[in-house]
Ligand binder design. Sequence first.
Ligand SMILES: Nc1nc2c(ncn2[C@@H]2O[C@H](COP(=O)(O)OP(=O)(O)O)[C@@H](O)[C@H]2O)c(=O)[nH]1
Ligand SMILES: [Mg+2]
Length: 431
Amino acid sequence: MLGAFANKIKEIVKKITFKKIDEKEAQKILEELKLTLLEADIDFETVNNIINSIKSKLRDIPPTLTLREYLIKLIYDNLVEILGKEKYSLIGKKKIMLVGLFGSGKTTASAKLANYLKKKGLKVLLVCLDYHRPAAPEQLKQLAEKINVNYLIGKDAYETAKKSLELEKEYDSIIYDTAGRNALDKELAQELKNLSKIINPNEVLLVIPADLGKVAKVQAQEFNKLVGITGIIVTKLDSTAKAGAAIIACSQTNAKVKFISYGEKIDAFDEYDPKSFISRILGLGDLDSLLKKVKETIKEEEIKEIEEFNFETFLKQIEYIKKLGSMKQIISYLPGLSISLPEEIIEMQEEKIKKWKAIIQSMTKEERKNPKILNDSRIKRIAKGSGTSEQEVRELISQFKKMQKIAKMFKGFDEKKLSSMLQKFGFRFKF
Ligand SMILES: Nc1nc2c(ncn2[C@@H]2O[C@H](COP(=O)(O)OP(=O)(O)O)[C@@H](O)[C@H]2O)c(=O)[nH]1
Ligand SMILES: [Mg+2]
């Protein structure tokens, strides 16, 4: 729905979320982001500032965040910055005039806006100021009746505008639907200027269809020069691939996007909330759920990193088991698997773990990784080095072998399923 820009941003975010990245990779990703922003027609200086600011902040990652989490957060924050920070409210704005070219969606948006304000509990009047197209007043009338909102239709635009002012006290909000042309010609320009003088609106909202893409910026600037627009309604977000570019283009003008329309239905209309819009662009929900996703992925990777079962990981795993209390219960949850863990390991004393640590530390790296090579003379040497008896070393090797057998059984099991199941018990265990 949001077009090429959104797709590219989504790709970038996915790269960070689901793949391991280092600092070098982060720099590459930032170059990609830079190109994407430039392609969306955001001016060079803004883009450079954003990228440089992210780069310099990346040198100082907060201790509670990983590089990935921080990078996502920085990109998110900067997109919010580009697209406008504030959620907008029209409440309290009495006279609202909608302007825009023919077919941009003014009449539809007028009704949608009226409905939106009505739902907020305001008394709204819809005023037709388009008498160029014979069918225009009828269109407004039908829409107004559909949403059950009062409307004012007269003979011509100026007379109707003046008449509406007499009704001002009776309403919380008056919405003016004006005429459009195919282009912003002299006649339309003059009419809008005159109407604006009569009404003296609190808000002038420019209606721009999203399929204009980047051109939206120029149109916003032209209308702004003419009648001084205070905001933009971007319509037809549902029917174009250029929507992302249009929103960005509009956000680059002084008048910010205030509402979005994304369908023919009356309630396919909303306040433009940059944060939720960016969430949609990123495709992964809001920042919090995004960061949660990153965290989960990182956890999975950490688990994968626990190496093959050998003495190096043996101690780590014993400590996990101890923390868990009893493996038996977990194992009983695993379908088609009934094994029992050596009681000695479950009920092991701290004292013993300390001794085992000493023994393992006295092994060479090779011995730890490949316990098969532990012959009599090696065992003798290890016992001496760790201040334990040969029997204690043999006992450890025997326990290790038992664990290794279990590890092998688990290996045939779907590893991903197993570790995610174990994770549910707060247990990081990987055979
Ligand atoms: N798909 C879609 N169509 C829209 C949207 N807004 C307006 N339209 C349609 O666009 C056409 C022109 O709308 P209209 O309000 O008459 O434009 P106006 O000439 O500016 O008053 C109509 O057929 C509307 O139903 C929208 O957000 N999405
Ligand atoms: Mg119209």
